[in-house]
Design a protein around this ligand. Structure first.
Ligand code: ASP
Length: 359
């Protein structure tokens, strides 16, 4: 029997609306993952493949994902890693809020690709909901069941995100709509797969329930040079803090004031401890167009580089990400949104021994 872990972290899927007729007024992260899963399976057909799996639920956190913290990320990463390392585990599902699901998905993807053992051969499937659990037509139960079905699918591999019947890869997926039932897009890349949703036509065979449009195997990172020396993955959950990396934006009439203030703070008073790792180690620029930056920011970016701060240039455009024709060193972040490039830089700064040599 294949074993799947469902790790709960809260979100709208676990949300509760005081008045079910007002689904927009609710508190996220109120219900436990075991109860949510029990609600899902009670009406399931006995022939459904989900019944032939051993499902273990675990509450790793109970938060609104807009408040995602390093402590939750560390606990989640450690637990996902431990589950995947168990030989009898086929995959892990993470129930998450939609707001930062793409960041957690990418964090897991980038962190778990750092170790030599190809741990991401097994799938890690994030899912979420846009309506709280107790309102009519809540979407959480369907999404959670779909995520388990994807995790059980023999072709599933790598870190995936399932919502409203679409299966996305962790690198491309972004929340692009604030309120829609299907708020995610993988842009021109499109989803990797679709979960068939017509209940009457639904086959009871897990192997054909998910229709793959692309092989997810191609999205498991392979670019890491074998000789690269890295600290063990455990460093990521044992470190009290991750390197501080800030995002700065380029836009019309940019003055550079915010960036200058950031750099000035480095040489004067360090920020209070509660704001995380005090020393600024990286900057991600959310540039315009093809990763271009307003001329008023350039002197400060050079100053940052001279101070030893690693600078990565990305684009604020939804498509494109860091471009290939940037310096070779930044191509390691090619295609990433500013938010994901920031996560990659934090992880790389923490566990990489090699000189990142960015500009
Ligand atoms: N604010 C909620 C969260 O991200 C939204 C959601 O779950 O969709 O946890």
């Amino acid at each position: 029997m294949r074993k799947i872990y469902i790790l709960g972290t809260g979100g709208t899927m676990a949300g509760w609306a005081p008045n079910p007729n007002e689904p927009g007024v609710y508190q996220a992260a109120q219900l436990g993952i075991q109860g949510l899963w029990e609600e899902c399976i009670s009406p399931l057909d006995a022939a459904d493949p989900v019944h032939n799996a051993q499902i273990c639920t675990e509450q790793v956190a109970q938060i609104d994902s807009k408040d995602m913290s390093l402590d939750v990320w560390k606990a989640l990463l450690r637990r996902v890693h431990e589950c995947l390392m168990q030989p009898d585990v086929a995959g892990v599902v993470v129930a998450h809020g939609s707001d930062t699901a793409e960041e957690t998905a990418f964090m897991l993807h980038h962190a778990l690709s750092q170790q030599d053992q190809p741990i991401l051969i097994k799938p890690v499937v994030l899912t979420c909901a846009m309506r709280p659990a107790n309102v009519p037509a809540a979407d959480g139960p369907q999404n959670l069941k779909d995520a388990v079905r994807v995790a059980l699918d023999p072709q599933a591999t790598g870190v995936l995100l399932v919502c409203a019947g679409d299966v996305h890869g962790a690198r491309a997926v972004q929340k692009v709509q604030a309120t829609a039932l299907n708020p995610f897009s993988s842009g021109i890349a499109g989803p990797l797969a679709r979960v068939q949703s017509a209940p009457n036509e639904r086959p009871h065979d897990g192997e054909v329930y998910v229709t793959w449009l692309k092989s997810p195997a191609g999205f498991i990172p392979t670019q890491r040079a074998p000789q690269t020396r890295r600290r063990p993955i455990q460093t990521l959950w044992e470190a009290p803090e991750w390197p501080r990396v800030e995002i700065v934006w380029s836009h019309a009439l940019a003055s550079g004031w915010a960036l200058q203030a950031l750099l000035n703070a480095e040489v004067s008073a360090p920020p209070p401890k509660r704001l995380g790792s005090p020393k600024l180690l990286g900057l991600v620029v959310a540039g315009t167009g093809n990763c271009t930056v307003h001329e008023s920011l350039e002197p400060f970016l050079q100053q940052a580089a001279q101070m030893g701060v690693k600078v990565v240039r990305t684009t604020r455009c939804l498509q494109g990400g860091v471009q290939k024709d940037e310096t070779p060193s930044t191509s390691r972040y090619q295609g990433l949104s500013p938010f994901k490039a920031r996560i990659a830089l934090m992880i790389d700064l923490l566990i990489s021994y090699d000189d990142l040599n960015l500009t």
